[in-house]
Ligand binder design. Structure first.
Ligand code: GLV
Ligand code: MN
Ligand code: MN
Length: 418
């Protein structure tokens, strides 16, 4: 089936959803802030669910608020599923996650309007709390969908602002009754912006994503002795901030020594009491390290843990650490990657196989069905920032490739294709 998606309709929906929780960045860029399970997330959900209902899709909502909308179909067969997330970081752009959900809706609307019968249904979902910025870990909803965490465990998770996941989910009205883990789809494919610079720099239109690098998040708290900043001699301090800055500088050195694709980030820091003339009582910070090779990642985690212990001991501090997220690297199904690559070529779009630096819901669905992803270029590689931009033509091209891939997957019997 050669079906053209309606690019204008996709762009309009992206605009409309971006208005919910709209923010303006430092340079006047328009972004969105819909942290998971906030009122804004709830309003965004209501809008997308309304669009799903308008199309007559069967909607299921599970115990962590994952929403899956499936095309009615006489076969009763498992669907080809797409989807992503509509929660954002607090400084979010308009496309991260939203593109994958609304492109999926667009594919389904195009297929239903064309009236052609597929061998099996299509489905589009949005998974709760992909970002993990409020409730760690990231990809929490899709992790539960794929059976990697129970609903009960998820409901008891505390946000960085202290709120309980289950209470916040109730308050936005998205605690549903659909079973968890969710039913395994026939296959899963997710369209996402690259969120990095590679496609733009190499002037390539489509990324056929081969896998996702391993992710490790740790929360560290260093406790010392709060005291007067003017009277306490340097040699007599137990200063958690001084230790934190040494750890930060050393982390950079470790990451640079290992080289690409190793990355390391201290993204969140809290000093208590955070005052100009007070040696802090505590420093709490997060360490995010990622690599495509799990061995390397394990070694980096060990090295960073030893570094933290050593520096804390030098400063006479107590250390508490908590793992917030740990996901091994994921390799996508080569048969699906091959379909993505071929679909791009058939549309005469340049295409490159590449790994993903960011975490995605597809990496969780890969546990239960053949999965892969389609990337579309990010201008200047900027993301998690209101300045996140993808050109309209690239958004539409990505949606078109998603459509072609989903239609092909609907006719693919994986056992035979092996
Ligand atoms: C989540 O999306 C991440 O990659 O941090
Ligand atoms: Mn995302
Ligand atoms: Mn993101």
């Amino acid at each position: 089936m050669n079906l053209a998606v309606n690019g204008e309709r996709l762009l309009q929906r992206l605009e409309e959803l971006a208005e919910i929780g709209a923010i303006v960045g430092a340079d006047g860029d328009r972004g969105s802030a819909r942290l998971a399970l906030t009122a804004e997330d709830g309003q965004g959900r209501d809008l997308v669910v309304k669009w799903m209902r308008d199309l007559g899709l069967d909607i299921s909502i599970d115990g962590v608020g994952n929403v899956i909308a499936t095309m009615p179909h006489p076969s009763g067969l498992s669907p080809v599923m797409t989807g992503s997330h509509i929660d954002t970081v607090a400084t979010g752009g308009r496309f991260d996650g939203n593109l994958g959900v609304l492109a999926g809706l667009e594919v389904i609307e195009s297929v239903m309007s064309a009236g052609d019968e597929l061998d099996r249904p299509l489905a589009v979902g949005f998974f709760t709390d992909e970002e993990g910025a409020r409730f760690p870990p990231d990809m929490l909803g899709s992790l539960v969908y794929a059976g990697g965490m129970t609903v009960e465990e998820a409901l008891d998770i505390r946000a960085v602002d202290g709120a309980r996941f289950g209470d916040e989910l109730e308050s936005i009205g998205y605690a549903g009754g659909a079973p968890s883990p969710g039913p395994a789809p026939h296959a899963f494919v997710e369209l996402h912006i690259e969120q990095g610079p590679v496609l733009e720099v190499e002037d390539i239109k489509i990324g056929a994503v081969t896998g996702v690098q391993g992710i490790s998040w740790t929360k560290v708290t260093l406790r010392g002795q709060s005291n007067h900043a003017g009277t306490t001699p340097m040699s007599m301090r137990k200063d958690p901030a001084a230790a934190l800055f040494t750890i930060g500088a050393e982390l950079q050195r470790i990451v640079e020594r290992i080289g690409e694709p190793q990355v390391g980030t201290i993204g969140r820091v809290e000093l208590v009491p955070n005052l100009v003339n007070v040696v802090p009582a505590s420093a709490t910070f997060t360490v995010d390290v990622r690599h495509t090779d799990d061995e390397t990642l394990i070694n980096v985690e060990r090295e960073v843990a030893a570094l933290i212990e050593e520096v804390a001991a030098q400063h006479g501090l107590l250390v508490e650490t908590e793992s917030l997220a740990r996901f091994a690297p994921v390799v996508f199904d080569d048969r699906v990657v091959e379909i993505v690559e071929r679909s791009a070529q058939q549309r005469e779009l340049s295409v490159k196989r590449m790994p993903s630096g960011a975490g995605h819901d597809a990496q969780m669905l890969a546990r239960v069905c053949p999965s892969a992803m389609v990337f579309t270029p990010s201008v200047r590689g900027i993301s998690h920032n209101p300045a996140e931009i993808t050109a309209d033509e690239d958004l539409i091209a990505g949606c078109q490739v998603l459509c072609d891939v989903m239609l092909e997957l609907a006719g693919t019997t994986f056992e035979e294709a092996k």
